[in-house]
Design a protein. Structure first.
Length: 288
């Protein structure tokens, strides 16, 4: 049976409303866990919507509450993309986490999973750091192909404009001109998205690094090749989480790069592995 989903608008006060889709846990009185989706950046978010919906339904069917939210200026939430700052998206995620927590009995101990794809993983650290001191329950991370440095994501995004200009014969100095415009506090247009200097700066400074309060990290990368291994950057970053005391599980799952594919793609093995990991008992954390 397909798990039911409930769309609604979440009030963000003066910052408007956020479109949310709630997938309630099925077949349980108290959810086994709660999960907040942290989306990727720009067009990667739209390419990932089908995978997000499929995974959210699978988690709900396994007894997990899932909240999927369009952040400020994204999808059908209030505001334009040009209005968004990195700090606004962190605030939106915290709002979603509080909404989920309000559905549980006090001190239930049900873990909260921050589920981030690509640049969404960069939001997980600051959101977890903000939530953990006031939460009396575990905070875990489920990371899909996470970006470890926002600077790289920003560079990749700006190169979309360079590629478009190259086709039009106007690529010379395009990347530098975009950087100069942002440094003059001017918004730039890239692939149909108007990027504000504030959002660009926040993304560029963001890093996926260990924070207090996160006790478990599940890190999945996707590859079209069999027997693939974690990228060196991911290996280094995951080791840093272990050294900080978190229990870290890593794996490479066979599937397409659905967030960047020209057509809408699915990675069912990634969903299967994620449901198993989230519903499994937590392994022991590494010694600090």
């Amino acid at each position: 049976m397909t798990a039911a989903s409930h769309p609604f608008f979440l009030d963000a006060g003066e910052r408007g409303q956020r479109l949310c889709v709630f997938h309630p846990a099925q077949g349980v009185v108290t959810p086994r866990a709660q999960m907040l989706w942290l989306p990727p950046f720009g067009e990667e978010m739209n390419k990932s919507r089908r995978m997000t919906a499929l995974a959210a339904r699978a988690f709900a069917a396994a007894g997990v509450d899932v909240l999927v939210m369009d952040l400020l200026g994204c999808g059908d939430s209030d505001g334009d993309f040009a209005d968004a700052r990195w700090a606004d998206w962190i605030d939106d995620a915290r709002l979603g986490a509080r909404w989920l927590a309000d559905r549980l009995p006090a001190a239930s101990g049900t873990p909260l999973w921050l589920w981030g794809l690509r640049a969404g993983a960069l939001l997980a650290g600051p959101v977890a750091a903000a939530l953990a001191p006031s939460m009396q329950r575990p905070v875990h991370l489920l990371l899909w192909q996470p970006v470890t440095a926002g600077k790289l994501q920003l560079q990749q995004f700006l190169r979309l404009k360079v590629a478009a200009d190259l086709i039009g014969g106007q690529a010379k100095g395009a990347l530098q001109s975009l950087r100069e415009a942002l440094s003059r506090n001017e918004a730039v247009e890239v692939a149909g998205y108007r990027l504000s200097p504030a959002l660009a700066l926040g993304l560029e400074q963001a890093q996926l690094k260990p924070v207090d309060g996160v006790t478990r990290v599940v890190w999945f990368e996707v590859s079209s090749r069999d027997a693939a291994t974690l990228t060196p950057a991911a290996e280094t970053a995951s080791q840093a989480w272990r050294a900080h005391g978190a229990a870290v599980e890593t794996a490479v799952v066979r599937g397409p790069s659905f967030w960047a594919a020209s057509e809408i793609e699915e990675a069912p093995l990634l969903i299967e592995a994620s449901v198993q990991a989230v519903c499994a008992a937590a392994p022991a954390a590494a010694a600090a």
